[in-house]
Design a protein around this ligand. Structure first.
Ligand SMILES: [Zn+2]
Length: 425
């Protein structure tokens, strides 16, 4: 039974089903899947283009056969087992090795740019520079000039490849040995197992403020967080989105041109979080943070505050003498290898953190993940000359806007001159 205006399809079973029974459904369906404007094909990566079980776990392996016009390159999830052209029809057969909760495909008037660096997985970037040129000419006729980078395929490929390489080094090998990077005429990016859809905007131009490097790396990071380790439920979405954003910031920090943008982005997130702190809920309620009253609620709380939680853990685990991240990196690697190919909940992540910190961390997760209050810190100091040319420094850190029992170690760095610093908590 299917209502005209509804996407839901109800099926009556031939007999009453009991727990453990199985039933095979074969569905035949058709529809117009692809819209086209100029040389752009609109295949919504988030659309349900195949029947999906809406009850419980959607995890499945996919065995996909496509028949498409032979002159349109096609990308999808899984390994390509067969490919044959008969007349004008290209038939390809794909199978996913690992269960996934979603599958997608993309095709278009693409050129295929193959890119591989040493010690990085091969990429096939599907894009259409002609489509960009045609669009730019059309807009120019209307008096609208849009900037267009010359080396769009290299610009995108380099960031995806470098960030995949960095994350493999930091977190461990990803589950996929080859990646498609395909261009979509939408504003967002979506990451599927072994296939990364990126907005046409990031091909068009690379913003100067680091946003494009961040955006490409965020989608690449989903190969670890989201596809590799899946969030256990909607409450754990921050372990996918917040961690993908944090990983992308980490990538920015490795780029000489964008080293300081790690903190610039975090500062911007902090301002957003403060703006919403009286209206938005905790990280723990996931998508329920998006309400008509707090429209940015989901983005600010899950992506931005989520990224901050990882930044705070990183700072708490920093070795103050060597200023090295080894303890934090080891923890993230352990988390990835323990939950790769499995769902992970906030509780699971917390227990990995506790193992590595060596102490209960309820207070931290209750405050930042399940709580909504945000402290403000004030730092004041006084120095007095002491004998032998030394100084006595008195430092006072105070917190407000939170209950007195709210606790948080605050990292303070003192500039001692001559490029010497002292760090303490
Ligand atoms: Zn994301």
């Amino acid at each position: 039974f299917k209502a005209k205006e509804s996407d839901d399809l109800w099926v009556r079973a031939p007999q009453r089903l009991h727990a453990g029974d199985s039933l095979t459904l074969t569905l035949f369906y058709h529809g117009d899947l692809i819209d086209r404007f100029q040389d752009w094909f609109f295949i919504d990566p988030g659309a349900a283009w195949y029947p999906r079980n809406q009850q419980g776990q959607n995890l499945a392996t996919f065995d996909l056969t496509y028949h498409s016009p032979s002159w349109y390159p096609l990308a999808t999830v899984g390994d390509r087992l067969d490919s044959a052209v008969a007349g004008k029809v290209l038939t390809t057969h794909w199978v996913t090795r690992l269960p996934t909760s979603f599958a997608s495909f993309n095709l278009g008037l693409f050129e295929n740019y193959h890119f591989q660096q040493s010690a990085a997985p091969p990429l096939d970037v599907l894009l259409s520079e002609d489509a960009h040129r045609l669009l730019a000419r059309t807009l120019a006729r209307q008096g609208l000039l849009i900037p267009q980078q010359r080396n769009m395929r290299e610009a995108v490929a380099v960031d995806v490849s470098n960030s995949l390489k960095l994350f493999a080094y930091l977190f461990g090998e990803s589950a996929y040995g080859h990646f498609y990077v395909t261009e979509i005429p939408y504003a967002e990016g979506v990451s599927f197992p072994g296939m990364i859809d990126l907005s046409w905007v990031t091909f068009q131009e690379t913003a100067l403020d680091g946003f494009d490097e961040f955006f490409r790396a965020h989608e690449a990071a989903h190969q670890w967080w989201g596809n590799g380790v899946r969030p256990g439920s909607y409450r754990d979405a921050w372990l996918s989105e917040g961690l993908a954003s944090f990983s992308a910031l980490w990538y920015l920090q490795t780029l000489p041109k964008h080293r300081d943008d790690y903190f610039k982005f975090l500062e911007k997130y902090k301002a957003d979080i403060k703006d919403e702190r009286d209206d938005a809920g905790p990280i723990w309620i996931g998508y329920r943070n998006a309400t008509p009253r707090v429209r940015r609620g989901y983005d600010v709380v899950i992506y931005e505050k989520g990224a901050w939680v990882f930044h705070m853990l990183r700072t708490m685990m920093l070795d103050l003498r060597s200023v090295k991240d080894d303890r934090f990196t080891e923890m993230m690697r352990d988390y990835y290898s323990s939950y790769r190919g499995k769902p992970a909940t906030t509780e699971d992540f917390k227990s990995v953190v506790e193992q590595h910190i060596g102490a209960p961390m309820d207070w931290f997760f209750n405050q930042w993940v399940k709580g909504t209050t945000i402290p403000t810190y004030h730092v004041a100091w006084k120095s007095q000359p002491a004998p032998d040319g030394k100084y006595t420094v008195r430092l006072r850190v105070s917190q407000e806007h939170v209950a007195p029992e709210f606790r948080m170690p605050v990292l303070v760095s003192a500039d001692l001159g001559n490029n010497r610093f002292a760090h303490f908590r």
